[in-house]
Design a protein around this ligand. Structure first.
Ligand SMILES: Nc1ncnc2c1ncn2[C@@H]1O[C@H](COP(=O)(O)OP(=O)(O)OP(=O)(O)O)[C@@H](O)[C@H]1O
Ligand SMILES: [Mg+2]
Length: 377
């Protein structure tokens, strides 16, 4: 960030989007949205959601289609009125403010560029409405194009750009307004898979350079994991978990989160004994000592989350299994195993260097107890 600031100053550029953006926190408290749906049936799209997003943080709202992500984003932007609850940007309660007063800018899935305006005019549009003078507008538009590596495209029409370039222009158009908060609603969904991956890191780099508070909506868990400081996992209008990518993957708060993020074995287990630092559970007919923050008692039926890559398969080990499926995937061997009647998915990386087991073979598992994570049954 410093190097870039210096670069802009060196050139004698008096304007720096980086210096002018004043990132703010965002908080929602007990936010609820009930839509009057068709035939008089109400839809509770958002159900008592409370969240805090720090200044400069990249926070992602992640969850399946219809879980209320867009509705939360639109309420923060002011396009939708909450049925109940409060929204704060910085220390200010903004419920009664119109969208243009809220100091947020939104980037949409559809880019929403004006087709009849060229790139310069598209980016300058909001600044003109703000009635800034021509010289300032020119400096700001050039500054943001420079910052994003898009110089030279000013005269083109949106349809003369690739999807990825159009989306970067849409981001430039949002950033040039120097908002305190950037809102993204599935901005990469229209791009092909390879470009999507590239754009993830482009957006993240620009966001980090500027240090702007960002709230990003997606149903793509890889996008959420790779871009975010923290992720909010939502399901049916409620928040299931808020955590870093590491926390939601390795310490999912619920069965839903474990299942939604990556691939998970969700195994039946029973609490056998409680000790001071760990509890003993019976799972796949074996005993394991597992640590947990949950308040459990002997006899409780629980679920154990075990990621497929966290298991070692070999010719010796503690737990005997029978191989039901064995598929070579290049980077890994994909196994489906049967352990005391339960199916277990196991991924073994770099299989060319290891013993590969075939369907019907007997093999053994080694499981590090630190990789076992308990959720309530
Ligand atoms: N204007 C509306 N009127 C009635 N119901 C609505 C309206 N907008 C959204 N809904 C409903 O509210 C729920 C949440 O919708 P929302 O668009 O917030 O979901 P989402 O998580 O963004 O989903 P997606 O990933 O498909 O974009 C859904 O059941 C949806 O059908
Ligand atoms: Mg949506």
């Amino acid at each position: 960030m410093l190097a870039l600031k210096e670069k802009l100053t060196d050139r004698g550029d008096p304007l720096s989007i980086i210096n002018n953006i004043n990132s703010k926190s965002v908080a929602v408290k007990n936010l609820e949205k009930i839509y009057a749906g068709h035939n008089g049936k109400q839809v509770k799209a958002v159900d008592t959601v409370s969240l805090e997003i720090k200044p400069g943080e990249f926070m992602t709202l992640l969850g399946p289609s219809g879980c209320g992500k867009t509705t939360i984003l639109r309420m923060i932007a002011g396009f939708e009125t909450p049925t109940r609850g409060d929204i704060y940007i910085g220390s200010e309660r903004v419920n009664s403010q119109t969208p243009d007063k809220r100091d947020t800018a939104m980037v949409f899935q559809s880019y929403a560029l004006f087709p009849h305006l060229n790139i310069f005019e598209n980016i300058a549009y909001g600044l003109k409405i703000k009635k800034l003078n021509k010289t300032v507008i020119k400096e700001k538009v050039e500054g943001i194009l420079d910052l994003m590596g898009l110089n030279g495209m000013e005269g083109r029409a949106p349809n003369q750009l690739s999807g990825g370039q159009q989306q970067r222009i849409a981001l430039a158009r949002a950033l040039v307004m120097e908002p305190s908060v950037l809102l993204f609603d599935e901005p990469l969904s229209n791009l092909d898979a390879k470009l999507r991956v590239y754009m993830r890191s482009e957006i993240r780099k620009i966001q980090q350079k500027i240090g702007i508070t960002s709230i990003y909506v997606t149903h793509d868990q890889a996008e959420a994991m790779s871009m975010s400081d923290r992720v909010i996992v939502m399901n049916k209008g409620i928040v299931e978990q808020v955590g870093t990518p590491d926390e939601i993957y390795n310490k999912p708060a619920s069965r839903f989160v474990a299942d939604f993020i990556g691939v998970a074995n969700i195994l039946d287990a029973e609490v056998m004994a409680i000790a001071q630092k760990s509890i003993t559970v019976k799972c796949m007919d074996h005993l394991f000592d597992v640590s947990t923050t949950l308040n459990l008692q002997a006899g409780d039926q629980i679920k154990i989350i075990l990621r497929p890559e966290a298991v070692q398969i070999g010719e010796a080990g503690k737990i005997p299994v029978i191989v039901e499926e064995s598929v070579f995937m290049g980077a890994y061997q994909d196994y489906k195993l049967v352990v005391n009647g339960q199916i277990l998915m196991v991924i073994d990386y770099n299989p060319s260097q290891k013993t590969v087991f075939a369907v019907g073979d007997k093999a053994y598992l080694t499981i590090n107890e630190a990789n076992l994570h308990i959720v309530k049954g």
